[in-house]
Design a protein around this ligand. Structure first.
Ligand SMILES: *[C@@H]1O[C@H](CO)[C@@H](O)[C@H](O)[C@H]1NC(C)=O
Ligand SMILES: *[C@@H]1O[C@H](CO)[C@@H](O)[C@H](O)[C@H]1NC(C)=O
Ligand SMILES: *[C@@H]1O[C@H](CO)[C@@H](O)[C@H](O)[C@H]1NC(C)=O
Ligand SMILES: *[C@@H]1O[C@H](CO)[C@@H](O)[C@H](O)[C@H]1NC(C)=O
Ligand SMILES: *[C@@H]1O[C@H](CO)[C@@H](O)[C@H](O)[C@H]1NC(C)=O
Length: 508
């Protein structure tokens, strides 16, 4: 009897504690989210859904496409001498950074060409001369070029300058815009003909919206947002052992319905829908600012225009980003499904300094807290050279802060020749050590916000994929905030958690 009543008293105390915890908005500390990213939905990534780009006219020439031009008469590549700031020459035998010209698309035929040091190609004497130079920091009408492709051989091009003449390589050291010939032949004797190589492409939100242009982009994007993720996906998520989604969004969402060009309105409505569906199926939402103004890492997934990373270089774009976070926090703070806001995804070191990222994280955290004391605030560790605990001094003064780390057995030559078993051992040994290093009893919670059961092993069997996935589930299951698979839908099967679940590769 005495034993029973003691138990009852203990039980009562527990219940009271539980109620207190709930009333203070705390959750069970052992709860960890099992989430999936909704990648490629509100922030475009062409490799996730290539067909989104199918209807773009002249779709080889999108913003950020890197072009190299070899003169057929001189036999050498065009190059921005010293990387930019002076003349264009035609004296390089091989092509790399200085020989690569990045497109800024004006429309389907007209472009600015940006060189390594970020100047734009134009004509000397303030646009009135004929020498081709790369001296202007800004692009205007005197920096607009047309690229004309030979219809019989798409790799042969001629470049028409704003003065109406074609660029020609007169000699290795003299490149001018004064060739008037019409070139019916496109032959090897024509100094205005260049063999073009595409050295790199970007397929992000900037590319798709600017590629379609203001007349077509709104309809194409709204159709994509309406069909790529639908209510049934939330039903699928809730019915397959997942309890949360991480939703990448872009900074332009805060100026919906009229974001700056070339972005188009409507992604905010799609995010609203996600909250409605999440509430219906009991799914938690992590909003993830994946693309910040100016791009925090130069990748297409942060909507970089041409591969440059300009975010975090001025206080101005930091403040602009804090405003975006505050907008999102204010709009969704009262929604039952809002679980966390991630201030920015994958800022890249050293372009984004620790000082700037700390400054931003502090202000971004405060912006969330103005509207919600319950939402977790996620901070992505920087990519590139950094100390995995570098955010600890900052987070020590904050409540409900979480460090987001991304673990891929990809994107590094460390994984180049790893066998199946070596990949699995790497998860069990090395990832465990890395996660333990950032998971401390008095530090921030930890989140493996991106991972995938894909690797550089070719021809692996289903059973091998299962072992790889299970090893990751076991290790990342120890992250104190949880994990999120990248991503729900993808034309590349192993990158699609939907496909992996439906085909029995992953079971939660
Ligand atoms: C190319 O031409 C420029 C300008 O005359 C010159 O400074 C440079 O050394 C040349 N480079 C090569 C590889 O010949
Ligand atoms: C592209 O832009 C240029 C420069 O503004 C203009 O002259 C040209 O007509 C435009 N072409 C198309 C197809 O819109
Ligand atoms: C172009 O930008 C560079 C680097 O920011 C600067 O040093 C240079 O003065 C600028 N040139 C002009 C003409 O504004
Ligand atoms: C992987 O193996 C290939 C072929 O044996 C070799 O050329 C390459 O250097 C190896 N890569 C690494 C990172 O060890
Ligand atoms: C993984 O960890 C083991 C044990 O610490 C270490 O010997 C090995 O070099 C690590 N592997 C890689 C690829 O870093």
């Amino acid at each position: 009897m005495a034993v029973y009543s003691t138990k009852l008293v203990l039980l009562r105390i527990c219940v009271v504690f539980l109620m207190l915890s709930i009333s203070h908005g705390r959750v069970n500390p052992s709860f960890r989210i099992k989430a999936v990213n909704l990648g490629g939905w509100l922030v475009t990534e062409g490799w996730i859904k290539p067909s989104l780009f199918d209807g773009i006219t002249n779709k080889d020439f999108l913003d950020g496409t890197g072009l190299q031009f070899k003169s057929v008469t001189v036999g050498k590549y065009l190059s921005a001498e010293t990387g930019g700031g002076t003349i264009i020459v035609a004296n390089r035998t091989s092509a790399s950074g200085w020989e690569t010209f990045k497109l800024w698309r004006i429309n389907e035929t007209t472009f600015n060409l940006r060189v390594f040091n970020k100047q734009f190609i134009g004509l000397g004497s303030n646009g009135n001369g004929i020498n081709v130079v790369a001296t202007s920091n800004v692009s205007g009408s005197s920096e607009m070029f047309e690229i004309v492709r030979n219809s019989d051989d798409q790799s042969r091009v001629r470049i028409k300058a704003p003065n109406g003449f074609f660029i020609q390589a007169k000699t290795e050291e003299l490149v001018t815009a004064d060739y008037a010939g019409s070139s019916g032949s496109w032959g090897d004797d024509d100094p205005s003909v260049f063999v073009m190589t595409i050295s790199g492409r970007l397929q992000g939100e900037f590319q798709v919206t600017n590629g379609y242009g203001p007349n077509k982009a709104p309809q194409i994007m709204r159709e994509h947002w309406k069909t790529f993720i639908v209510e049934d996906d939330f039903k699928f998520i809730a019915g397959n052992g997942l309890d949360a989604v991480r939703i990448p969004v872009g900074w332009w969402i805060a100026s919906d319905p009229t974001p700056p060009q070339p972005y188009v309105g409507g992604s905010l409505q799609a995010l609203d829908n996600a909250f409605t569906w999440a509430e219906k199926y009991g799914v938690k939402i992590v909003i993830d600012l994946h693309a910040a103004p100016g791009s925090q890492n130069g990748f297409e997934h942060s909507s970089s225009r041409d591969g440059s990373q300009e975010w975090g270089t001025t206080d101005d774009n930091i403040q602009k980003t804090v405003d975006v976070i505050e907008f999102l926090a204010a709009r969704y703070a009262k929604r039952q499904s809002l679980y966390a806001i991630e201030l920015i995804n994958e800022p890249l070191s050293p372009g984004v300094s620790l000082e700037m990222v700390n400054k931003y994280y502090k202000s971004g955290y405060d912006a969330v807290r103005k509207h919600s004391s319950a939402a977790y605030v996620l901070m992505s560790n920087r990519l590139g050279p950094m100390d995995p605990r570098e955010l600890f001094p900052l987070t020590s003064g904050l409540t409900r802060s979480v460090i987001d780390v991304h673990y891929y057995n990809l994107f590094s030559d460390v994984f180049d020749n790893m066998s199946v078993q070596q990949n699995i051992d790497f998860i069990k040994t090395n990832r465990t050590a890395q996660l333990n290093h950032v998971t401390t009893s008095n530090g921030p919670l930890t989140f493996v916000g991106e991972w995938v059961a894909e690797w550089q092993v070719s021809g692996a069997t289903k059973e091998e994929y299962q072992r790889f996935a299970n090893a990751q589930l076991e290790v990342y299951g120890r992250a104190t905030f949880g994990w999120a698979y990248w991503t729900l839908k993808n034309v590349n099967n192993h990158w699609s958690l939907e496909w992996m679940i439906n085909n029995g590769y992953i079971k939660l």
